[in-house]
Design a protein. Structure first.
Length: 323
């Protein structure tokens, strides 16, 4: 009994440092799950553009996987830093974290390339639906290939902390290999971001040139042009969200920091919070869609209006029944 109490006490002390991260995920998880389900329904039932639709359906499925499976595994790790329950859960957590983020990364590259081809080279052959699905399969394959090594170099490690008292932590077992791999992924991440934002810059430049052209398209095509611009802004928005949410994770994991021993606990708490900000990427895309994409925003407004109408009718029926 004393041993369990000691381990639990040590675990509670470490969990206190993880508390801000745990609260962040707890708050974002239900919102992200519901918002991504609504987003998935919208792109499956309401959106008609094939490549745009299929790629964002895939991206939303990855975000749902993150909300439903990856985030709860992270919460277990945060809740039980010294009492991790399972080797399998440890490896699965790390694999899914990298898989979800790498899938998102390469899908954003495909979306940027598709936008560039559609806007800047409209007379050339565009991606077909079959080609888009093949690209998605390739993204999944590459993501699995790049994520598996990370799951192989982590494990549930047991170590003696006192006489007859063992703690169990999910951590990497080969630090040199871990850091080499992290820096390799960082190089891929940084190089790909240059490609993504260069493509969107060329898209913006082309749109601006068309707007300034005296021989612009007739008014009848204005709605299509407006929708194309909204799609471009939306995809650029989710790319920026990805960078803003994932950059702290990459920086904190790959840069050595020195801190005052007196503020060590506060620094660890801050570091853990920044590392787990990547969860915003999985839960925040519906907000970006609602801000930049009118069709999605009207779809969400319609859901709220119908919900309010149902509640109102139920209240009226209840009042009539009482009378």
């Amino acid at each position: 009994m004393a041993t369990n109490f000691t381990i639990e006490l040590m675990n509670a002390s470490d969990f206190r440092l993880n508390l801000p991260s745990f609260v962040l995920i707890t708050l974002l998880l239900p919102f992200g799950a519901v918002a991504n389900v609504l987003t998935l329904f919208f792109f499956v039932r309401r959106e008609t553009r094939r490549n745009f639709r299929v790629l964002l359906i895939f991206l939303t499925i990855i975000d749902l996987l993150c909300c439903i499976l990856t985030a709860p595994l992270i919460m277990v790790d945060l809740l039980l830093p010294r009492m991790h329950p399972s080797r399998a859960l440890c490896k699965m957590e790390v694999f899914l974290v990298y898989f979800c983020n790498i899938c998102c990364h390469f899908t954003l590259i495909v979306l940027a390339a598709e936008r560039y081809n559609f806007v800047c080279r409209p007379s050339r052959r565009q991606l077909t639906l079959f080609q888009t699905k093949k690209l998605i399969a390739a993204v999944v394959g590459v993501s699995v290939f790049l994520s598996l090594p990370m799951s192989l170099v982590v494990d549930r490690i047991g170590y003696l902390v006192s006489k007859d008292i063992y703690a169990y932590t999910c951590m990497h077992t080969l630090p040199p290999l871990w850091y080499i791999y992290e820096w390799t992924l960082f190089a891929i991440f940084f190089g790909s971001l240059i490609v993504i934002f260069t493509l969107y810059y060329l898209v913006w430049k082309t749109n601006r040139a068309v707007e300034q052209d005296e021989q612009a398209e007739p008014i009848e095509s204005g709605n299509t042009d407006l929708r194309t611009k909204q799609i471009n802004r939306t995809l650029l928005g989710i790319s920026i969200l990805y960078v803003v949410s994932l950059a702290p994770y990459i920086i904190m994991n790959n840069v050595s920091w020195s801190t005052d021993p007196e503020s060590w606990e506060s620094w660890i708490m801050f570091q853990m919070f920044m590392i787990n900000l990547w969860i915003v990427n999985c839960t925040g895309k519906p907000v970006v869609y609602a801000i930049f994409y009118t069709r999605f925003r009207e779809y969400i407004k319609g859901i709220f209006r119908r919900s309010q109408k149902v509640v109102y009718e139920e209240n009226v029926a209840a009042n009539e029944a009482e009378d």
